[in-house]
Design a protein around this ligand. Structure first.
Ligand code: AP5
Ligand code: MG
Length: 213
């Protein structure tokens, strides 16, 4: 299976990708996670990306292209879930060229639909374990009591101003990709509001319906 999980910041892409990889033999390729790991390691890529990510802006296309293609190649271009890539029309065209060159056909682009007011609540209440990278939500998945409170942090791009920038950029630069994927028959829209399991079941059902039809 070759999947793209698509949707606005906070749509639940990471949450659902984790459930999918726990239950299927799939690799989770999150460009955001790769970039955050590079920032943590103070690598040249991390240093170049830091100011963009912290402000909630997209990092330059050329920078992300290489890390996405390297991660795909490491999985032999199969059995993956791409989370957070592509995010611009240029990235989508590069990805299609790359997949065509490698005879890899996408199974589907699952687009999680979530309204802005819910996104703002999810992102402002998200917390992250800075050592393990595990994500929490203060109401729906609170950090466990046995994790030291100093390990639980807020992502810098989950501050109110950065959330606003991310949502604006999403609407302007990323949302148009829905049409791109719809026109090429690959878009599957899934309601992203509900419990983690309810959303997961909807994704499974949508993928099953697609395989049958
Ligand atoms: P990235 O890490 O990809 O961030 P994002 O797309 O903004 O998405 P998030 O990770 O914030 O949200 P998510 O959809 O994964 O939701 P999650 O499951 O965590 O990218 C970060 C940055 O890297 C970008 O801003 C950019 O700078 C750079 N970057 C990355 N890729 C790039 C690219 N291709 N091009 C250019 N730049 C790039 O859920 C969010 C919260 O909600 C959590 O607290 C979770 O517990 C909770 N939640 C999830 N599902 C539910 C539910 N069903 N009900 C209630 N709460 C829920
Ligand atoms: Mg994520």
């Amino acid at each position: 299976m070759r999947l793209i999980l698509f949707g606005p910041p906070g749509a639940g892409k990471g949450t659902q990708a984790n459930l999918l990889t726990e239950r299927h033999d799939l690799a989770h390729i999150s460009t955001g996670e790769i970039i955050r790991a590079a920032m943590k390691a103070d690598s040249p890529l991390g240093d170049e990306a830091r100011s963009y990510v912290t402000a909630g802006k997209l990092v330059p296309d050329t920078l992300v292209r290489k890390l996405a293609e390297d991660a795909l190649a490491a999985r032999d271009n199969d059995d993956f879930i791409l989370d957070g890539y592509p995010r611009t029309l240029q990235q989508a065209q590069w990805l299609d060229e790359y997949l065509a060159e490698n005879q890899a056909v996408l199974t589907a682009v699952v687009s999680l639909q979530v309204e802005d007011f819910i996104i703002v609540d999810r992102l402002s209440k998200r917390r992250v374990n800075k050592e393990t990278g595990e994500n929490y939500h203060l109401d729906f998945k609170p950090p466990p009591a046995d994790v030291a409170p100093e390990l639980i942090i807020q992502r810098p791009d989950d501050q109110a101003e950065a959330i606003e920038t991310r949502l604006k950029d999403y609407r302007e630069l990323t949302l148009p990709l829905e049409d791109y994927f719809r026109e090429t028959g690959r878009l599957v829209e899934v309601d992203g509001v509900g419990t983690f399991e309810a959303v997961y079941e909807r994704i499974q059902a949508a993928l099953a319906a697609r395989t049958v039809s």
